[in-house]
Design a protein around this ligand. Structure first.
Ligand SMILES: Nc1ncnc2c1ncn2[C@@H]1O[C@H](COP(=O)(O)OP(=O)(O)OP(=O)(O)O)[C@@H](O)[C@H]1O
Ligand SMILES: [Mg+2]
Length: 259
């Protein structure tokens, strides 16, 4: 088996409850090294919980979670989590927040500076490095979080709606950057999103969760070469498939949606 094809994350029969309410039921999932997988599902269906379990921030009640063949017991450096609320330290500037990702990498001061400058440029925050998180917009804070995750040069990045706070142009730009860094670094990415188009544009595979309790409803392999064309008919084909899974094409759902 080639290195790209080997499994990096393996979940087997994972269940999780919070105070009597079952949030995840019998999740079995394998993620290959270098794969970009999106988890798609409605609010509250357990997406963040699933990501937290992979990242070692929550423990499963039952089942198995392996990273590189080892049981996940706590967060590790090789698997970085980009939290839904950005997870920035409010008392540190943009630069210092990004440098947090470089700690423990044994870089010289010059290397650290160069790497931080590169990341600032990548996420379009040059000139903002001395500001504090509360001085930034939500989208900018999100970009600092993205830069810090990449600074760590991890094997796996877990992203919880990483582009949700961005406007369309920044979102498209950063989606492309994400793809180019990911193809260069062969980073494995597991991303939670609400956005069907984002899932199709980025993912090798889309996993649809159904709620109450959260469980895997369907896995859809996106067989389109990257970069993908959002306006292409094959893109529309996947859109239709996924919309059907959510039954957004049903009239009663449409009506509910607009009441
Ligand atoms: N630490 C916690 N303690 C108690 N309940 C929790 C905890 N974390 C999540 N839950 C509950 O578990 C369910 C799933 O939450 P989760 O955050 O995983 O959903 P989600 O799919 O990420 O939703 P969203 O799309 O809104 O972010 C929700 O009902 C939530 O209230
Ligand atoms: Mg969530």
């Amino acid at each position: 088996m080639g290195k790209e094809q080997s499994t990096i994350i393996r979940m087997k029969g994972v269940s999780k409850s919070f105070s009597q309410t079952q949030v995840l039921a019998d999740i079995t999932l394998e993620i290959k090294r270098g794969e970009l997988v999106s988890i798609l599902g409605e609010s509250g269906c357990g997406k963040s919980t699933l990501l937290n379990i992979i990242g070692g921030f929550e423990r499963a009640d039952s089942g198995e979670v392996l990273l590189n063949g080892r049981p996940v017991q706590e967060p590790v450096r090789s698997c970085v989590m980009l939290f839904q609320d950005y997870g920035l330290l409010p008392w540190r500037t943009v630069r210092k927040n990004i440098e947090l990702g470089l700690e423990g990498l044994k870089l010289s001061a010059a290397e650290r500076k160069a790497r931080t400058a590169h990341l600032l440029k990548l996420v379009g925050l040059e000139g903002k490095e001395d500001l504090f998180p509360h001085e930034l917009s939500g989208g900018m804070q999100q970009r600092v979080g993205i830069a810090r995750a990449f600074a760590m040069n991890p094997e796996v990045i877990l992203m919880d709606e990483p582009f949700a706070a961005l406007d369309t142009f920044n979102r498209y730009y950063l989606q492309n950057e994400l793809l180019s860094i990911q193809s260069r670094e062969k980073t494995t990415i597991v991303m939670v999103t609400h956005d069907i188009d984002e899932a199709i544009y980025l993912s090798d595979r889309v996993i649809i969760l159904h709620p109450n309790p959260g469980r895997i409803h369907k896995e859809i392999q996106i067989e389109l070469p990257k970069p993908r064309r959002r306006s292409g008919s094959d893109f529309q084909h996947y859109r239709n498939i996924i919309f059907k899974e959510f039954q957004f094409d049903r009239e009663e759902h449409f009506l509910e949606f607009h009441i």
